[in-house]
Design a protein around this ligand. Structure first.
Ligand SMILES: NC(=O)c1ccc[n+]([C@@H]2O[C@H](COP(=O)([O-])OP(=O)(O)OC[C@H]3O[C@@H](n4cnc5c(N)ncnc54)[C@H](O)[C@@H]3O)[C@@H](O)[C@H]2O)c1
Length: 375
């Protein structure tokens, strides 16, 4: 087994494979256009040497728009000609395994979009390829790096919420909308071919966020209800309601994961409850609201919480207006994750999402999909 001890020379040569929807965010970072409050300037650190896509139009557009050295339609040609140190694999999930394998074998580190592989067994195989070639392999766990999540994690680590007892994550997105990218019957997304269809595409986010915030030592009880409430024949499922029960270092911990396509407005809610208080955010309209016992005892504590939260909600509202005007998306965490990743690569340090974290998330996704836990 090889080790990843060498450091690429600066600037690190980066390439992108797959110039579809999410590539805009990776390319924004790689072209140095990310918000400087989130990511340090890339000049001298990173150079975008290639954009590759099966579609020549997409590759050429991506390369021109984001200032890459060249565009390619053939992966092997790109790997030989551009000699990237790092490849961002941003193609549909069923292609990740083959593309990442070729990139690793060519000597490039790989940053791969989620879900990196269909199963954790496949991920173990891919990690072995990375290890045998002495390269890093990292899956995008981007929402872990969004500011509200880092603030919640810091509050947990400082003990501000006491012992964590429950983590609830709820995504509401109208994925069945026939004018949307998943619901359009005339342009079927390959995401429908995942074992749990479109919702499967979101399960990695659920899994890594739950594990990151609840830090369970074990989750022996898992039950998942997968439904297709809309009865739209394109969809295997449009709704997930899952309950996970286990324990962390301090006691029992519950996880609740919910995806629904019918509610409104769109939302990505995270709520963490502990023995010393609870906190919540919505990653699509970021705010942080925390309720905990305050000075003044049970009589005054709720009022103090209302005032403290009222002020912070107004501040977050103003900040959100600014985000809308600047057209900032919930992908600030992805830019921060990439910034940390390139800093670690340049310094020869382990990457911010470890193989153990990727495997744990992937194994949890396996369990959510297992017929044996279906309600
Ligand atoms: N981390 C996140 O928050 C997030 C958000 C959206 C999408 N994603 C993930 O990113 C991946 C891509 O999603 P997307 O929405 O950008 O998809 P997309 O369909 O918009 O783009 C995929 C691109 O890959 C190209 N492609 C397909 N097969 C290829 C191949 N073999 N070689 C080269 N190019 C190929 C297609 O031509 C297309 O341009 C998926 O795994 C998805 O789950 C992650």
């Amino acid at each position: 087994m090889s080790t990843t001890t060498d450091r690429p020379a600066l600037p690190i040569r980066a390439a992108v494979v797959g110039s579809g929807a999410i590539s805009k965010e990776h390319l924004t970072f790689l072209s140095g256009r990310a918000d400087t409050k989130v990511a340090a300037p890339i000049a001298g650190r990173v150079r975008l040497v290639a954009v590759c896509d099966l579609s020549r139009v997409s590759a050429t557009y991506g390369a021109r728009e984001f200032g890459a050295d060249a565009a390619y339609v053939d992966l092997d040609h790109m790997l030989a000609a551009a000699r990237p140190d790092v490849v961002h694999v941003l193609t549909p999930p069923h292609t990740h395994m083959a593309i990442a394998t070729r990139c690793l074998q060519s000597g490039a580190h790989v940053i791969c979009e989620k879900p990196i592989t269909p199963t954790s067994a496949d991920l173990e195989t891919l990690l072995d390829v990375a290890s045998a070639n002495g390269r890093h392999l990292m899956e995008s766990h981007n929402y872990r790096f969004n500011r509200p999540v880092t603030e919640i994690k810091a509050a947990i680590d400082r003990g501000h919420l006491g012992s964590v007892r429950e983590v609830e994550i709820r995504i509401t997105l109208p994925v069945t909308d026939p004018t949307g990218r998943f619901g359009d019957p005339h342009l079927l997304s390959p995401i429908h071919d995942l074992p749990a269809g479109v919702i499967h595409d979101f399960t990695t986010h659920f899994a890594y966020l739950l594990l990151h915030l609840a830090q369970p030592r074990a989750l022996p009880r898992v039950a998942a209800a997968w439904s297709n409430h809309s009865e739209n024949p394109l969809f295997r499922f449009d709704d997930l309601d899952a309950l996970l029960i286990g324990h962390n270092d301090d006691g029992p911990v519950h996880g609740r994961l919910r995806f629904d396509a019918a509610g409104a407005p769109d939302g990505f809610l995270i709520r963490v409850r502990g023995t010393g208080g609870w906190t919540e955010t919505d990653l699509f309209q970021p705010y942080n609201r925390t309720v905990r016992p305050r000075a003044g005892g049970s009589q005054l504590s709720p009022i103090v919480n209302h005032i403290v939260n009222g002020v912070s909600l107004i501040n977050d509202g103003v900040r959100n207006v600014g985000r809308k005007l600047l057209q900032q998306s919930p992908y600030e965490g992805l830019h921060r994750m990439l910034d940390e990743t390139y800093t670690c690569l340049g310094a020869g340090r382990p990457l911010p999402v470890s193989p153990a974290e990727m495997l744990a998330a992937s194994k949890l996704v396996d369990r959510l999909l297992d017929d044996g836990v279906r309600l």
